[in-house]
Design a protein around this ligand. Structure first.
Ligand code: LLP
Length: 424
């Protein structure tokens, strides 16, 4: 569900025609819909609120890595969202956007000592510990600060899932979390230290998961572990269920709804009397964003291949190049005429800079605008300036209003960022 629709022959973001945005801001540009963000958040919130018996006052902690733009975070903050963060930079963004520290979770396999100290100093809700080595370092850092931060132990349940091997995190060989037995040991070690306060367990098994079975299996592992830890005399008051629920990138895929997902979690956690946390990234943001781009030219080659060359490239939207990800492509003003097959590519000098092969699209010409949908999560955040292409800007729409929420840098700004070494 999203708010990018055809009206009077042109695609709009809510009330704003996309060709207006292209004229005013230029292309390529990311465009986000406030209404879609709000809708996705409220679907999940409503689902969680229907199960407070099993999930407590569940925290929805938006995975900032999916879209860390300050205005996007502030939109979610106003709805009451928390944040799942993986770096000091993300914590700072969440705080700057108005997300209170008590709703910020700090996750990640390689948190540095200064980052841990920062998280303690600002008073985040909980630090998710991913290894024994990290627990040792956290205890040392917290001892120096005379603190005892709340921690959860991230379990690797040996249940991997997700849309691509590179985004599967819960398998045995994946770098994330610790096996069940080691988690018990870390929990006991943490309980014995005055410098950390273990409050629960966490897991996150992968991303773009379109079947509840592996998620349910992972949540059952957490539930069983809760019983065992309590039997051993430990307090377990929170379970962090991670993110991972998939979204429909194309008409064909139909992932479970947020309501089905939450109902499953409630079924598994029923009777445990814990407070649950969800860490959705893609679910909230993916379909709230599009990448708006212009056709540079159509290369009709003598061997029969037809290349649609866009002014957006792999540096602006990495997902197709990195994960062979599918994004729907649609013209802003569809022309009449029979659909044709196009290879949709960007101008970057690698064959990997291909958004789609043999994609059937209405006829297109140079200077037509097209959008790539489902680009609100893991889009702008993963962009770079490869090929010295200015970092792609971002626009937020709310009804008939729109604002540039990250401007395209000028070439002067890009060059000025790099001082010459003084011997040159
Ligand atoms: N929690 C943790 C600990 C995570 O590592 C992640 C994502 C999430 C929550 C949010 O997962 P989501 O609800 O968005 O599936 N760049 C890749 C996705 C990487 C996801 C990494 N972890 C992509 O473009 O598909």
């Amino acid at each position: 569900m999203h708010h990018f629709d055809l009206k009077d022959g042109a695609l709009h973001a809510e009330g704003v025609p996309l060709d207006t945005l292209a004229d005013e801001v230029g292309t390529p540009v990311y465009v986000y819909s406030t209404a879609t963000l709000k809708r996705h958040y409220s679907l999940l919130r409503t689902a969680a609120d229907a199960h407070t018996d099993a999930l407590g006052e569940a925290l929805i902690a938006f995975a900032v890595k999916a879209n860390s733009n300050l205005s996007v975070l502030a939109t979610l903050a106003k709805l009451g969202s928390g944040a799942d963060t993986v770096s000091e930079g993300e914590i700072r963004r969440a705080l700057a956007a108005g997300i209170p520290a008590e709703r910020i979770i700090f996750s990640g396999v390689g948190k540095t000592d200064p980052e841990l100290a920062f998280a303690i100093a600002v008073g985040v809700r909980q630090i998710n510990i991913e290894s024994g080595a990290e627990l040792d370092r956290l205890i040392q850092v917290a001892a120096m600060m005379n603190a005892s931060p709340a921690i959860a132990v991230r379990v690797n349940p040996n249940i991997g899932a997700g849309g691509h091997a590179k985004i599967t995190t819960g398998g045995k060989g994946d770098k994330f979390g610790v096996p069940v037995e080691e988690a018990y040991e870390l929990y006991a070690r943490a309980s014995a230290s005055p410098h950390v306060t273990p409050v629960g367990l966490a897991c996150h098994i992968g991303s773009q998961i379109t079947d509840l079975t592996p998620l349910e299996a992972a949540f059952r592992v957490l539930a069983q572990m809760t019983h065992k830890l309590r039997a051993d005399g430990h307090a377990v008051t929170r379970l962090d269920l991670g993110g991972g629920l998939g979204v429909p990138y194309s008409g064909g895929v139909n992932p479970p709804s947020p309501a089905e997902y939450v109902a499953m979690a409630a079924r598994v956690l029923e009777g445990l009397e814990v407070e649950a946390a969800f860490e959705p990234g893609r679910l909230l943001a993916a379909n709230a964003g599009i990448l708006l781009t212009e056709v540079v030219q159509v290369n009709e080659r003598s061997d029969g291949r037809r290349f649609l060359v866009l002014d957006a490239a792999m540096n602006d939207l990495m997902r197709p190049a990195l994960y062979d990800a599918f994004h729907d492509i649609a013209p802003v003003r569809p022309r009449e005429g029979a659909a044709m097959d196009y290879d949709v590519v960007g101008p970057v000098c690698e064959t990997g800079d291909t958004f789609a092969r043999d994609r059937s699209l209405p006829p297109l010409e140079a200077e037509d605008l097209v959008v790539m949908t489902g680009a609100g999560a893991y889009g702008a955040v993963m962009a770079s300036e490869y090929n010295s292409r200015p970092l792609v800007p971002e626009v937020l729409v709310d009804g008939d209003k729109w604002a540039i929420i990250r401007a395209r840098p000028t070439y002067e700004e890009m060059l000025d960022r790099e001082p010459f070494a003084d011997w040159l």
